[in-house]
Design a protein around this ligand. Structure first.
Ligand code: ZN
Length: 437
């Protein structure tokens, strides 16, 4: 086990302990809160009874109470009679007082207990923080570029990325609060919502599928059916299949509905999913015994729904040409992957006193190997100079079709004449065109 996984498992152990504690506390607390609620409702009843007695007795003196009197220094005509002159029968009975006192005492005890347990939990949670500090390097300052955020425009870009992230997940109120507090301009705020609206819709459908609600998803796939078919997407059939199995799982009463559903919706998939549909139809024979006791029981499991929701998310995003991850989450995740390597190289650079190489340039001093999901653009390395092409040194396509970097092109050309290093066709260097990956 390398040191990083060892550190992870060590923190995980502490974390498990706290989670168990948290679960215990949750159970205890809900029991306590239930007790307190009961005591409180007893208390409210007791007070209500006492008040009723007071009101009954007061109504006979109502006329006097409403007339302003010399005893009323505020002159607002409000009767102080209940508090100032409680006659003997208006007091709650001893039994009431006993209930009230008892309830308050018990409530206080429970609340005290809850708060002690809560304090304990805080202690345990802060231990996790310490365990993280102990096991992992917490000092990332060396890799930070705080100076970047000194710039107003950059700071606003960051705020915008954060607002977009919230907006995508339907947390519009959070996004709006951020927009207000960071004083974002109207235009930029509008852009946040406009750019993420499509994804927010998809996201809400995705959440609904996970909650086993298919209506919205089916509506969406119906609208985009031709495009989905064209892309050989599985999602429309999968959704109908799930809805059908859902109907079958309701038992014999829904049998007719399921048959009608299959007739209406499986027709257009008859050719492509012939066997699968035949297979689904056989589920009816298990109806009397219940679907949970049949080979179809996996349709009832949560994994099936989660998988379905993710296929929907992926296919819908692909169809609309939007990313399924927010820019913020991509940056944070890619950054986390890169961090250990960056910390290492920074140390090396520090010890060799070549830190200046890092600051001031947009490129990182080393290549970071990220997962394919983080790769968005193809890169091109010049086969002649063995360097990655850049804005300053872009790739150029020669008339013969071979591609080399601009620098290589200049080095190889003699005046306007260039002999391709590969084929080797002689051509005019001016005719090479820039290409974009
Ligand atoms: Zn060539």
């Amino acid at each position: 086990m390398d040191s990083e996984s060892w550190a992870c498992s060590s923190v995980e152990k502490d974390l498990d302990r706290v989670v168990t504690k948290l679960e215990q506390l949750r159970d205890n607390a809900s029991a306590d809160v239930g007790d307190i609620a009961m005591l409180m409702s007893d208390l409210v009843n007791a007070l209500g009874n006492a008040e009723q007695m007071v009101t009954t007795l007061n109504s006979s003196t109502q006329v006097n109470a409403n007339a302003p009197s010399v005893d009323d220094p505020m002159g607002d005509g409000v009767s102080m009679q209940v508090e100032t002159e409680p006659t003997a029968p208006q007091r709650p009975t001893d039994r009431h007082m006993e209930v009230i006192r008892g309830a308050i005492l018990k409530c206080n005890e429970r609340v005290q207990k809850l708060s002690t347990e809560h304090r304990d939990l805080h202690g345990s949670i802060s231990k996790i923080g310490k365990a993280i500090d102990r096991n992992f390097s917490a000092d990332f300052t060396s890799t930070m570029r705080v100076d970047v955020l000194q710039d107003e425009e950059n700071l606003m870009l960051l705020n915008k990325a954060i607002a977009k992230h919230y907006c995508r997940q339907g947390m519009d109120t959070v996004a709006r609060t951020l927009i207000k507090e960071c004083k974002m301009t109207e235009d930029q705020a509008q852009d946040v919502f406009d750019s993420e609206r499509e994804f927010a819709d998809i996201y809400s459908i995705w959440m609904k599928i996970q909650k086993r609600e298919l209506t919205e998803a089916l509506k969406w796939t119906k609208r985009y059916s031709p495009q989905l078919m064209e892309r050989h997407s599985l999602i429309e059939f999968r959704l109908h299949r799930m809805r059908f199995m859902q109907l079958v799982s309701y038992g014999v009463e829904s049998q007719n509905e399921a048959v009608v559903y299959a007739r209406t919706n499986f027709k257009k998939f008859a050719l492509r999913y012939e066997h699968e549909i035949a297979n689904l139809m056989a589920s009816f024979i298990y109806l009397p015994a219940g679907l949970e006791n049949s080979p179809y029981k996996h349709f009832l499991g949560q994994e099936m729904w989660t998988e379905l929701s993710f296929i929907f998310l992926k296919d819908a995003c692909q169809l609309l040409g939007i990313s399924k991850n927010s820019a913020l989450s991509v940056v944070v995740n890619a950054g986390c992957t890169a961090l250990p390597a960056l910390l290492n190289i920074k140390q090396v650079m520090q010890s060799r006193q070549v830190l200046g190489m890092w600051n001031g340039c947009d490129e990182l001093p080393i290549e970071i190997d990220l997962q394919p999901e983080f790769r968005f653009h193809s890169i091109f390395a010049c086969p002649i100079l063995r360097q990655q092409t850049s804005e300053d040194n872009p790739p150029k396509k020669l008339t013969c079709g071979h591609v080399i970097s601009n620098d290589a092109l200049h080095k190889l050309s003699n005046g306007h004449i260039l002999k391709c290093p590969y084929c080797p066709v002689e051509q005019n260097a001016e005719e090479a065109v820039r290409i974009y990956f």
